[in-house]
Write a protein that binds this ligand. Structure first.
Ligand SMILES: Cc1ncc(COP(=O)(O)O)c(C=O)c1O
Length: 462
């Protein structure tokens, strides 16, 4: 690995630490190593889903169980989990409410292709909590986003969509793009590098503009060709990029003025507040999407929409010739998912749980600031409710700026150092979540580990 020089970090010490931590990991994860070898026989890359190799570990870490805020691996090592399955388990691993719902509903039919008895009740609860009157359920946030975009095109009669550069909304083809300013043609929007097996140009009907850039946003919307803008209210998939004051309000005004629908994807920012970021800030989207943690970690996602959008959907259905809609999957809205969704709405997304998550996240955020100051590093911490991210420089204004600040070798070394001391961070950038059962003692363990790591590699200490 290339341990390039950057301010504040001793690249030689970083290389030494990374090599030692790899050795430590190998010595303390022998059963995981054995299972990694055995799994290579029948699984692509030795894992049932390829991104399970995206961690900083020399071989996959095999999990025995995860409960609450803790996880145990097959070697008996225990971890405080700040990754929570990259948000799926944001309310803690196997919350008792979900375990009860699984046991109670699991014996009464898992999937029937018919609405379960509880459906009217769950619809009302979704409407009450998130403030939109109409709903649909899918299996994944990817599917919900794909459907929301399809409906937006059908309703507006326009083909193009607009995304913010560096976004991630799941594996929805037309969102897998980047903005490349200065490159000729198609307003500088290009398919992401590295897409596998894509048979068409993912950027053909997409415009990507920088987050927080009102002029670029307006320039595209003013062409009158955009069916929908799909956005996270806070970018969370390229580090964390916070909206500047007034940016989201302007986004809402411009989409209305130029006839584009606004789809807000809160799959990650559900961490912000009970009812989500959009409701808390009065953002008033046309469609609203959430997956991952919405049913406590059981596969399920939802999208909600306004009465005007619902009217548009009915019009589209009446006018079309029939046949396949091209939306939906067999297991979407199955009975088990609906039961867990209801349990999550009733017992996980409570004011008390949000308060606990936010209190611990605030404690962790302040602690991180102190650790960086002690190491004389001008790194930043961004927080959206229970979700935090630290970055190796000033708070970025857009995706490209955030990407320039990233430092993968350093990230990997820090993550492995912490993992070897019983603390799990998300493998992608430096994301941490605080669940309702994450305590300040858990946060202290992370802070101590990070402090020790920086003491070893910070150039101030050389
Ligand atoms: C904001 C956002 N939307 C949608 C998705 C897709 O979720 P899933 O992979 O569960 O479909 C992700 C995944 O990370 C996401 O971060």
């Amino acid at each position: 690995m290339n341990y390039a020089r950057r301010p504040g970090i001793d690249s030689v010490a970083l290389g030494t630490l990374a090599a030692r931590e790899r050795e430590t990991f190998l010595a303390t994860h022998r059963e995981s190593a054995r299972l990694a070898q055995a799994s290579a026989t029948h699984w692509l890359n030795g894992v049932p889903m390829h991104w399970m190799r995206d961690w900083s570990t020399p071989h996959p870490l095999f999990v025995r169980r995860a409960r609450g805020a803790e996880l145990e691996d097959v070697d008996g090592n225990l971890y405080i989990d700040f990754c929570f399955g990259d948000t799926g388990a944001m309310f803690g691993h196997s919350p008792p409410a979900i375990v009860r719902a699984l046991a109670a509903a699991g014996a009464d039919g898992l999937t029937c292709m018919l609405p379960a008895e509880r459906v009217a009740r769950v619809g009302e609860k979704l409407a009450n909590l998130f403030g939109l009157p109409y709903w649909q359920v899918t299996q994944t946030a990817t599917d919900a986003n794909r459907a929301a975009l399809r409906w937006a095109r059908a309703i507006t009669g326009r083909t193009r969509i607009l995304v913010f550069d560096g976004c991630y909304h799941g594996t929805v083809d037309e969102t897998l793009v980047r903005a490349l300013p200065g490159v000729q043609g198609k307003a500088g929007t290009r398919a992401r590098a590295g897409l596998i097996g894509m048979h068409h140009d993912a950027s053909a009907n997409t415009d990507a503009v920088p987050f927080n850039d009102i002029a670029s946003l307006e320039k595209v919307l003013a062409r009158g060709r955009t069916a929908a803008v799909i956005a996270e209210p806070v970018m969370t998939n390229i580090g964390m990029v916070l909206p500047e004051e007034g940016f989201l309000r302007t986004l809402r005004e411009l989409t209305r003025r130029h006839g584009a629908l606004l789809i807000i994807d809160e799959t990650h920012t559900l961490s912000s507040a009970r009812g989500g970021y959009a409701r808390a800030r009065g953002l008033d989207p046309d469609l609203w999407v959430c997956g991952k943690a919405i049913a406590g970690g059981v596969p399920c996602a939802v999208f909600g929409f306004t009465a005007a959008v619902e009217a548009g959907m009915r019009r589209v259905q009446q006018e079309r010739a029939g046949g396949h809609s091209g939306m939906g999957t067999t297991l979407s809205a199955n009975a088990l998912a609906l039961a867990c969704l209801e349990a999550s709405l009733d017992e996980l997304m409570t004011p008390a749980n949000y308060q606990a998550m936010h209190d611990t996240a605030a404690y962790l955020s302040e602690g991180l600031g102190r650790v960086f100051a002690a190491a004389d590093l001008s790194w930043h911490v961004a927080r959206v409710g229970a979700r935090l991210e630290f970055g190796f420089g000033r708070p970025p204004r857009d995706g490209a700026e955030s990407e320039r600040e990233a430092w993968p070798e350093l990230e990997h070394a820090i993550h492995l150092f912490l993992l070897n001391r019983g603390v799990l961070l998300t493998p992608f950038h430096n994301m941490m979540l605080c669940s309702p059962v994450t305590t300040t003692a858990h946060a202290d363990k992370l802070l101590t580990g990070l402090h020790d790591c920086l003491r070893e590699i910070g150039s101030r200490n050389v």
